[in-house]
Design a protein around this ligand. Structure first.
Ligand code: G3I
Length: 369
C-alpha cells in the first residue's frame, strides 16, 4: 500500500472511526498548546525562533564538562536526557527507580527556563536483565504498565512530551516485520504498543505522546515500507481510541543515501491528515564515508541537512527540532560508525572546540522567525 493509498484508506474509513480520529487530533493540539504554555516550556528561548531547538545531553558529560553544559544553555530551547530516562538506567531492579541522573538534567533545563523531552518508555533494547528474563505475557504487560505509570507520574507536569515507544517498526519491515522483534513483541505482540499508549495517556494526560523512529526520510523500498508501517501503527492506535499526538523523526542522516523529498513529504502530510504532528528528534550526520578534509566534510554535511530540512519543512513545520548531542566532542557515531579513514567524526552542529559549523547555520535558518 502506498502512502497515498494510506490517506485514501483513512478517508474511506467509517464515519465513526473518522470522528474518533478528529477528536484525537483536537486533543493533541490542545495538549501541545498546554505544554508550550507551561513555565519552563519551550518559549523561554535564548534567541527568538519560530520552532524550538533542542539537544540530547548525556549525564556523564553533564557532570564532567562545564563548557559543554554551558553550550546547551546558550543555544537550546529544550535540553533533555539522552540516556537517563531509558529503562536500563531508571529501573535497574524491580520497583527500584534511580531518578537522580534524569532529575539532574530535567531540573537543569527547568532552572534555566528551558523545555525538555522524555526519551523513552518502551524500547527493544536498553532493558535491565530482570526485564529480559520475564517469560509470561501477564507479567510483561503488568511490568510495562507499572514502568510507564511510575515514570510518567514522577515527571507529571514537567516533561511535556514522551517518546512512548521507540523503534517498534522492524529495520526491514518487508522481510522481518512489520514490527521489530523484542521481548515485548514475543510476549504481547503489537498490543504492547496499545498498552504503552493507554498507560501513558492515563498517567500523563497533559503530555504529548509520540512514536519515535529512524530511517523515515530516505529514498528506497525499505524506507517506503518503514513509512507505511509507521502510518499503519498510527491508524491502529486511533482505531482503538488511543491518543497519538506526534511522530518523532529521528533524522540520523547518511549523506550517501538520498532524501526521498516527495515520499517523505507525503508521509508528513499523511500524518497531518490523521491529526498527528511531527518532531525532528535526533538529527545528526553519519559522516563515515565523507572526505577527510574537515571543511569539505562540514559543507557536505550541512548540504545534506539542508536537503532533509527542505523536504520536511516544505511538507509541514515540525513541532521542534533536536540534535542527538550538540558538539562533535561526544557522539554515538564515533562508537558505532567511525570515519572509514580514521578521522574524528563531525556529525553535529558544533565542532569539538564548541565552535558553530555550517550545519548550525543551516539548522538555525530553518528555525528562524
Ligand atoms: O555511562 C557508562 C559509563 O559509565 C561506562 O564507562 C561506559 C562503558 O561502555 O558505558 C557508559 O554507558 C553507555 C552510554 O551510552 C553512555 O555513553 C552505554 O554503555 C551505551 O550503551 C549507551 O549507548 C547509548 C545507546 O543509545 C543505547 O542506550 C548511546 O549513548 C545513545 O546515543 C543511543 O541513542 C539512540 C537513541 O536512544 C535511539 N535512536 C538511536 C540512538 C543512537 O543509537
Amino acid at each position: 500500500m502506498s502512502a497515498d493509498h494510506g490517506v485514501v484508506a483513512a478517508k474511506r474509513t467509517s464515519a465513526n472511526s473518522l470522528t474518533r480520529r478528529s477528536v484525537v487530533a483536537g486533543a493533541g493540539a490542545a495538549v501541545l498548546a498546554g505544554a508550550m504554555a507551561r513555565p519552563g516550556g519551550a518559549q523561554a528561548s535564548p534567541v527568538k525562533r519560530r520552532i524550538p531547538y533542542g539537544a540530547a545531553l548525556e549525564y556523564q558529560h553533564f557532570i564532567s564538562d562545564a563548557d559543554y553544559k554551558a553550550l546547551f544553555v546558550n543555544h537550546c530551547d529544550m535540553i533533555f536526557p539522552m540516556n537517563s530516562l531509558k529503562w536500563s538506567l531508571l529501573q535497574r531492579a524491580p520497583g527500584e527507580f534511580d531518578y537522580l541522573p534524569a532529575e539532574g538534567i530535567v531540573s537543569f533545563a527547568e532552572t534555566h527556563g528551558r523545555g525538555t523531552y522524555g526519551h523513552t518508555f518502551v524500547w527493544y533494547t536498553a532493558l535491565p536483565a530482570w526485564v529480559e528474563e520475564i517469560d509470561t505475557a501477564a507479567r510483561a504487560r503488568q511490568t510495562l504498565i507499572d514502568h510507564v505509570r511510575s515514570v510518567a507520574a514522577h515527571f507529571a507536569g514537567r516533561v511535556p512530551s514522551w517518546d512512548v515507544v521507540n523503534e517498534v517498526v522492524a529495520h526491514d519491515p518487508v522481510n522481518e516485520g512489520p514490527w521489530r522483534d523484542s521481548l515485548w513483541m514475543r510476549l504481547l505482540g503489537p498490543s504492547h504498543v496499545d498498552t504503552a499508549f493507554a498507560a501513558a495517556a492515563e498517567a500523563a494526560p497533559e503530555a504529548e505522546l509520540a512514536i519515535n523512529d529512524y530511517d523515515l526520510e530516505f529514498r528506497g523500498a525499505r524506507y517506503d515500507a518503514r513509512r507505511r508501517a509507521t502510518l499503519d501503527l498510527v491508524r491502529r492506535l486511533q482505531d482503538r481510541n488511543l491518543r497519538i499526538d506526534a511522530i518523532g523523526v529521528q533524522g540520523h542522516l547518511y549523506p550517501e543515501i538520498p532524501i526521498a523529498h516527495k515520499e517523505f513529504g507525503r508521509f508528513i502530510k499523511d500524518l497531518k491528515a490523521l491529526g498527528v504532528g511531527y518532531r525532528i528528534t535526533e538529527l545528526d550526520v553519519i559522516d563515515w564515508k565523507l572526505p577527510i578534509n574537515p571543511s569539505v566534510r562540514d559543507e557536505m554535511a550541512a548540504e545534506h541537512v539542508d536537503n532533509f530540512l527542505d523536504a520536511a519543512f516544505s511538507a509541514d513545520l515540525p513541532r521542534s527540532l533536536s540534535t542527538w548531542g550538540l558538539s562533535d566532542r561526544y557522539s554515538w557515531i564515533a562508537d558505532v560508525m567511525p570515519h572509514r579513514r580514521g578521522a574524528k567524526n563531525r556529525p553535529l552542529p558544533f565542532d569539538d572546540r564548541l565552535k558553530p559549523k555550517p550545519m548550525h547555520d543551516v539548522i538555525q535558518r530553518y528555525l528562524a522567525v
